[in-house]
Design a protein around this ligand. Sequence first.
Ligand code: GDP
Ligand code: MG
Length: 698
Amino acid sequence: MSKQINVALIGNPNTGKTSVFNALTGLNQKVGNYPGITVDKKQGICKLSRGVKAHILDLPGTYSLNASSLDENVVIELLLNKNDKDYPDVAIIVSDVENLKRNLLLFTQIKDLKIPTILVINMSDLMNRKGISLDIELLEAKLHTKIALVSTRKNNGIQELKQLIENYKTISKETCLDTSSIDTAYFESLQKAFPNQDVYKLWLVITQDANFGKITRQELDISKFKTKSNQELKRLQQKEAIKRYQFINSILKEGQTIDRSKATGLRSKLDRLLIHKVWGYVIFFWILLTIFQAIYDWATVPMDLIDTTFASLAEWVKNTFPNGGMVTDLVAEGIVSGIGGIVIFIPQIAFLFLFISILEESGYMSRVVFLMDRIMRRFGLSGKSLVPLISGTACAIPAVMATRNIENWKERLITILVVPFTTCSARLPVYLIIIALVIPEGSIIGLSYQALTLMALYLLGFGMAIFSAYILDRVLKTRHKTFFVVEMPNYKLPLLKNVIITVIEKTKTFVFEAGKIILAISIILWVLASYGPGDKFNNAEAYIEPTTQTSYERNDQIAAFKLEHSYIGIIGKTIEPLIKPLGYDWKVGIGLVASFAAREVFVGTLATIYSVGSANEGENIDTIKNKMQNETYADGTKVFTLASGISLLLFYAFAMQCMSTLAIVKRETKSWKWPILQLIGMTAIAYICALIAFQFLK
Ligand code: GDP
Ligand code: MG
């Protein structure tokens, strides 16, 4: 019978857990959620010999079992709960060879829970260069464990690690520390109160309770047993750490030698340049520009390809299957183009994450945080928020996903909430047509008014993002760690395997998780635009007199008439009283509603409403512009004036009109609360600004 061995990968941040995870599982992994919190749960399968399989769980980085963050809490919850289906048969502590001392603290704690524990010492490739040598046998004996000396970079030691996992039953369960020596009397009374429980586990439960105040385990009613104040407990925790470090020091003194003269100077030279007061920023902005270029420019090639492919696919469906049938239309226009609308984001997401994972992997990202943190922190953001904010200029979707790198939840949340204010590329076609319509052509000191307006809109978006971050920082009441540690990891050449897996994983997450919601909403919007109640919609041909026009013109008019009487048209008309104060009529209203699918749909929708055929793409922007220019209300006043134009620009600048962004925010925050807040908040801001602008200018 083949049995599955449950393995948990645990370790300090940046020791290479994920690299070991990737080395063990390859692409046999999946990412899920821990219930109720925003931490990802990465699981994978590793095939051992003779049909034995190991189920591997990659846990968030943690420094000790004295939890101070939600991420760390995940690890403790798992280790304290034998009934958890992921409870490990064997724990693998991943440490890196350069920071053994710090890493071993966590190791000894887990060891003392009497869980069979394997110690992976990763990054062994650095030992030579750093002048580190280890007496593995001695360490194994003193720590009562098995050690795998691994380099995921050189692919060394992975086979040995698999062997150890397979033979986990032979690992000693002896503890490192006599834990009751922390406070003998207290521990004895604890044991007496709960004779069937492991005393160190009890101790952890009690101190967790002190730190978190929200862990309640039915299994142990420790609330009855709180004979020490939180302060005393904290002091004992410190005592525990000191005892552990004494133990670790004594072992490392024998088992590890470091030749300091070998520590290289390259790192400090690079650091001097990369966090230089001037050059540091220059280099960072140059890198940002490259990233920006990649997602803005390079991605358009595959995006255009996807666009045309899906268009022809829709065309093909229409031509191949029963003509005019409801199912055919649904598949061709609703589903195929809905899926196309998801797939189209893949190039941008892939490019952005290619760059981000290279920056992270190489160790450069920590320097960026160091550089930018002081500035960004004033606005409640993190140094790492700058990458999402800049990439938001191409598209908010990859940008929201990029906030993953921000460890602090509050900073990450604020970044997610404000990113959609930055001017994404979907707003551009809308801006261009409205600017051409209402901003005069003249220029001032060589700069055209139109170009200046466009630039002002970009600045406005970025400014609004920063401003709202500032406000949110004051308003949001989230547990916020005040201390701040930047770890400066060593520079490393990025591991190609890690980079590729990151890109694939992010893309998959987007397609399958946000994709579901996007597809659902696009189908709803399609139905609303393609169906209508009553005769006017269903019998539109009868209402448009076949006069002298060409059949093209007549078809355009029928399409316009149908859209007017479709459900979406009805919604557009219904909201007219609401948008009248902003200077829009119901036609613009339909455009606004349709824009929730994606902002760029606005132009196409107006084209349909003004019955400008989509047959001749090139000319129709001009034709739409002319039609809009001549559009009047019943009393003869123009619809598009400077006032209503500016108002519309402001509305598009601020409103949350992108279901794909809402879907990805839902996925990243694991709750509907934040996307809904975003939808309401941003749209309200947009409405108020547009209202003020129109009322002042008209
Ligand atoms: P995690 O935070 O523990 O999941 O660590 P990661 O797997 O993300 O790795 C952190 C960094 O260490 C990355 O930059 C990796 O490329 C690097 N790294 C991982 N394994 C090795 C190794 O064996 N040798 C070296 N030199 N670097 C490694
Ligand atoms: Mg990791």
